[in-house]
Design a binder for this molecule. Structure first.
Ligand SMILES: Cc1cc2nc3c(=O)[nH]c(=O)nc-3n(C[C@H](O)[C@H](O)[C@H](O)COP(=O)(O)OP(=O)(O)OC[C@H]3O[C@@H](n4cnc5c(N)ncnc54)[C@H](O)[C@@H]3O)c2cc1C
Length: 455
């Protein structure tokens, strides 16, 4: 590889201006087992207080290896954006904050290697400035790459796989402290890349890039349900990324967010579209909230990183004080599943801030909710009343059971391993492989015991 085409970005390089200061990488030097107070260590939404007594903060891979060789129960902690106990440990959580460097940008091969703790927002601006993009983003850029991939995190788009589909290789520290590399063609890769934190702690990931692109975002209001049901595939395919926002009440979908690549289809859409009308002012997905934190709309083109997420880096995404659940069904079952949810609208609406509907292309990750199934994700942003939400979820999960529904691993759900096993063809293979990587159960926690190991 020619050196002139190969950029190594370290923390020092980032400080030199390649990454905007607010997205800058860590400059922490020390490794430590730090003790934060329990009250301080909650997930992002604040609905879950981690039980782990201590928090390890390795600054290097060698530090991380040493921490793992100490033995005991350990768990990687990313940016804490899951709504359940998936990132908790009975003993020690290991933060990946210190492993957030942008390690290499290979401009010839269009590859980016980042530390596991890097957040998408940490490198997106730099990538765009150097002419590159990742294929898709979640609704927020605040999440770590490793944490997002571990749970099958996704954006939207009928041609877009989840975020892990851009991972070409990864490096992982196993429970005994050994560092292994897995490339995409390794037989264990489809298990480990969406690995739910069960195999070890990922230290870096190499992502495939594409040339940078601009996106325009247009919002439509009050799409009639009847038109949606009749033209679901056409509507969801009308942009590179399309999201519907609804509360399942009434006869219309309140907002449709259509994100189109300007290099593919830049024309204005009509003011009336599938019976919906174009918004004439910027909107927040949650009715009544100020759109100040959302990415620019009204057809104004902008770089992919500032249009594909709904929320801008540096601002509170979504509502803040909330819970989330999300359920995946085959795209061919989308209309029937939406009808089933409309039947529960009177129970759903009082607890709901908003529901979002997105599409995800099928993939091959054993525990991905889109495993071998072009999917629709039915997402719920709930008011933060966990008791009431948990009381309602079984009704939603039952209504969607005929569609072999799979829940988002990082959000709130109630089904457990016995049910999930029937919905993932490679479930038992995943469990067997996780036991092989982690025979002493160093990475096991209540979540994995309940939802995967089934104990
Ligand atoms: C406001 C908001 C919006 C969201 N929007 C979306 C969305 O658009 N689409 C979507 O799919 N999800 C969305 N989510 C969910 C979110 O993307 C996932 O919960 C994601 O896993 C969070 O990443 P994290 O870095 O915070 O992971 P954490 O919550 O810190 O950890 C998640 C899991 O990953 C494991 N993990 C983390 N780092 C590593 C590592 N280095 N090695 C091994 N395992 C690791 C942890 O052990 C844990 O099991 C949203 C969440 C919030 C709060």
């Amino acid at each position: 590889m020619k050196r002139s085409h190969f950029l190594k970005l370290t923390t020092a390089a980032a400080a030199g201006g390649l990454v905007l200061p607010q997205f800058g990488c860590s400059t922490r030097k020390s490794t430590a087992i730090a003790s934060e107070t329990r009250a301080a260590r909650t997930n992002w939404a604040g609905n879950y207080v981690y039980r782990a007594d201590t928090l390890g903060t390795p600054a290097t891979v060698a530090d991380l290896q040493a921490l793992l060789r100490d033995g005991g129960r350990k768990k990687a902690l990313g940016s804490r954006h899951c709504f359940n106990d998936i990132a908790d440990s009975p003993d020690v959580q290991i933060s990946t904050r210190g492993l957030d460097q942008v390690i290499e940008l290979d401009e010839v091969e269009s590859l980016l290697t980042v530390g596991a703790g890097a957040r998408y927002g940490d490198f997106s601006v730099m990538l765009h400035e150097r002419g590159f993009a990742v294929h898709n983003l979640a609704s927020l850029p605040h999440i770590t790459v490793a944490g997002a991939c571990a749970t099958g995190t996704h954006g939207s788009g009928v041609t877009n796989g989840n975020l892990a589909t851009s991972v070409l290789s990864l490096e992982l520290v196993k429970p005994d402290g050994t560092l292994v590399r897995l490339d995409r063609d390794h037989p264990n890769f489809p298990a480990v890349a969406v690995g739910l934190g069960a195999f070890g702690i990922i230290t870096s990931l190499t992502l495939e890039l594409q040339p940078t692109f601009d996106v325009r975002q247009d919002i439509y209001l009050d799409l009639p349900n009847a038109r949606l049901d009749a033209d679901f595939d056409a509507i969801m395919s009308s942009g590179y990324s399309v999201s519907l926002f609804t509360d399942y009440r009434g006869d219309t979908i309140s907002e449709v967010w259509v994100k189109r690549r300007t290099d593919e289809e830049a024309d204005d859409l009509p003011a009336e579209w599938y019976g919906a009308r174009a918004a004439t002012e910027e909107m927040h997905p949650i009715a009544g909230l100020d759109p100040v934190n959302t990415t620019a709309q009204l057809g104004v083109p902008g770089p992919w990183y500032d249009r594909l997420p709904h929320f801008r880096m540096g601002f509170t995404p979504s509502a803040g004080k909330e819970l989330q659940s999300e359920f995946f069904v085959a795209r061919t079952d989308a209309v029937a599943a939406l009808r089933a949810l409309r039947g529960l609208s009177e129970r759903i609406a009082p607890l709901l801030l908003v529901s979002e509907v997105r599409t995800i292309k099928a993939d091959e990750f054993w525990m991905s909710p889109a495993y071998q199934r072009d999917s629709v994700a039915l997402h719920f942003t709930w008011k933060q009343d966990e008791e009431a939400v948990r009381a309602l979820l079984p009704a939603i999960e039952s209504a969607l059971a005929p569609f072999d529904v799979r829940p988002h691993w990082g959000k709130v759900f109630t089904v457990e391993a016995d049910t999930l096993r029937q919905r993932y063809p490679k479930f038992d293979d995943f469990v067997a492989l996780a036991r092989r990587y982690d025979p002493a159960g160093a990475f096991r926690n209540d979540y994995l015991d309940r939802t995967v190991y089934g104990v």
